[in-house]
Ligand binder design. Structure first.
Ligand code: GLN
Length: 491
């Protein structure tokens, strides 16, 4: 049931075919049976069932929220009152949050039932979920492969059919990339659409919450519930039009879709290229117009992001000192050694690498050469997108250069890991909305994702294209249940 699209589940709840408590029990059981996939850092049995009871009462009283009673899971960097919020790190492995993130509060208000907190790369740094202190999550399509990262556990929870949606965050691709690698729909909205209050910070000028779902329609409903101004986040956008689900059925005829020449090169795995060609043929049938566009500074995305994101991370992570909360070393001689030992023990290898790179880039003497230079590149990338959107309404390309790597295949090679983000980081540098939808499988039966990038604040068009594509195709209905491709939904 829980691997069905969200609207079908909502319908069953409303028709009284199943209760929220029953659904939540199924979700928890599914999550427990799939525990070998390591999708969760904590399961919240008691709390979820208590919440489900309340939503059943709400449903009985005629609650109108389309999300009421539906089980979901939060990435373990959203603070949720009274629960562990570890951010995939040893340094926060004893941190029980005293408050709720705005996202957590909003989805609870909408009646969603949180069954657990999902596994993730430590501090959301990574593209495979292998940097988690709690061990890697495994891809349900093939357990030998990673699910992508950093929102890897969220992708596993949805792809395995435990829950129809899960929250994620995307600083450089961490919603879209695991969505692509696990055959899901994943959207990262415009920077500032969703409050960052209560989200453990990685790189504050990039971080943005998003949704992993099994359909564009489900994603649009949940995104609507998450968006909105929040005075507790100073970068939150005040004026917002939030109507995504109401615009899913617009015809695509005449929509101008841009194809950046920099995205379709030899760097792209040919099987991904072929799946995207087939997807383009479907969209052509729906009447879209193709426009060749140029994003000349695309290749600067990786070096630019991997200076700026670590710079911001090095500053954000300086708060973990073992004093007020988080891991504190057992042994130390004085205050300085307490800081040093706590941080040495508490952070993993990738996080330490980022702190070192970021501190270096911000240090006097290197600040102009690296940090300021990267800020200038960021502007060039923003300008590229602005110019492109004068010629087209949406940009289409791959989400990732490859399908899911094997566990351990790239985890010891930071440069190879960083290159997996080549198609995603520029969007975060520009603060734009983008989503990934499933468009096929490679020869190993691993999912392939396609990315759509939108104008500033134009999530509605992205979700409209994604939904129309999903009415024409059934890639989003496939599930890894049997290792063939069993259908989700009505088919
Ligand atoms: N893979 C990228 C990184 O490691 C993006 C991570 C993210 O979006 N949180 O920085």
């Amino acid at each position: 049931m829980l691997d069905k699209p969200l609207n079908e589940i909502a319908h069953a709840l409303r028709a009284g075919k199943i209760s929220s408590v029953e659904l939540t029990e199924i979700a928890l059981q599914k999550a427990q049976t799939g525990s070998n996939l390591n999708a969760y850092i904590s399961l919240l049995e008691e709390q979820a069932l208590a919440q489900a009871k309340i939503t059943d009462k709400r449903l009985a009283a005629g609650d109108e929220s389309p999300l009421c009673g539906i089980p979901m899971a939060h990435k373990d960097l959203f603070c949720a009152q009274g629960t562990l919020t570890s951010c995939g790190s040893k340094i926060l492995s004893n941190f029980i949050s005293p408050y709720d993130a705005t996202v957590v509060e909003k989805l609870a208000d909408a009646g969603m039932v949180c069954i657990g907190k999902t596994n993730m790369d430590e501090f959301a740094m990574g593209s495979t979920n292998e940097s988690s202190y709690y061990g890697p999550a495994l891809n349900p399509w093939n357990n030998q492969h990673v699910p992508g990262g950093s929102s890897g556990g969220a992708a596993v929870a949805v792809a395995n059919g435990d829950v129809p949606i899960a929250t994620g965050t995307d600083t450089g691709g961490s919603v879209r990339q695991p969505a692509a690698l696990c055959g899901l729909t994943g959207i990262k909205p415009t920077y500032g659409r969703i409050s960052r209050y209560g989200m453990v910070a990685f790189a504050s000028s990039f971080d943005q919450a998003g949704v992993l779902a099994n359909s564009a329609q489900g994603a649009s409903l949940v995104l609507e519930a998450m968006c909105g101004f929040d005075e507790k986040d100073s970068t939150s956008i005040k004026e917002q039009t939030i109507d995504f689900s109401g615009q899913l059925n617009k015809p695509l005829k005449g929509l101008r879709v841009g194809l950046p020449k920099q995205y379709f090169t030899d760097a792209l795995n040919p099987e991904i290229g072929a799946a995207i060609e087939a997807a383009k043929a479907e969209l052509s049938k729906a009447g879209v117009q193709w426009v060749d566009i140029d994003l000349p500074n695309s290749e600067l995305g990786i070096p630019c992001y991997y200076v700026l994101a670590p710079a911001e991370a090095s500053s954000n992570l300086s708060r973990y000192d073992g004093v007020r909360y988080g891991h504190r070393a057992d042994e130390y001689d004085d205050l300085a050694s307490m800081y040093i030992n706590s941080r040495t023990e508490g952070f993993g290898k990738e996080v330490k690498r980022r702190i070192l790179v970021g501190t270096y880039a911000l240090s006097s003497g290197y600040y102009d050469a690296y940090y300021i230079k990267a800020q200038k590149l960021r502007r060039l990338i923003v300008n590229d997108f602005q110019a492109a959107f004068e010629q087209c309404d949406v940009i289409l390309g791959p989400t990732t250069p490859n399908t899911a790597p094997k566990l351990g295949q790239i985890s010891d090679d930071p440069a190879a890991m960083y290159l997996e983000d080549i198609y995603t980081v520029t969007i975060n540098l520009a603060g734009l909305p983008a989503l990934s939808i499933p468009v096929g499988f490679d020869k190993q039966e691993l999912p392939i994702g396609m990315q759509l990038i939108g104008r500033y604040m134009d999530e509605a068009t992205l979700l409209n294209v994604a939904h129309q594509f999903q009415t024409l195709t059934d890639w989003h209905l496939k599930t890894p249940k049997t290792h063939g491709k069993q259908s989700r939904g009505a088919a």
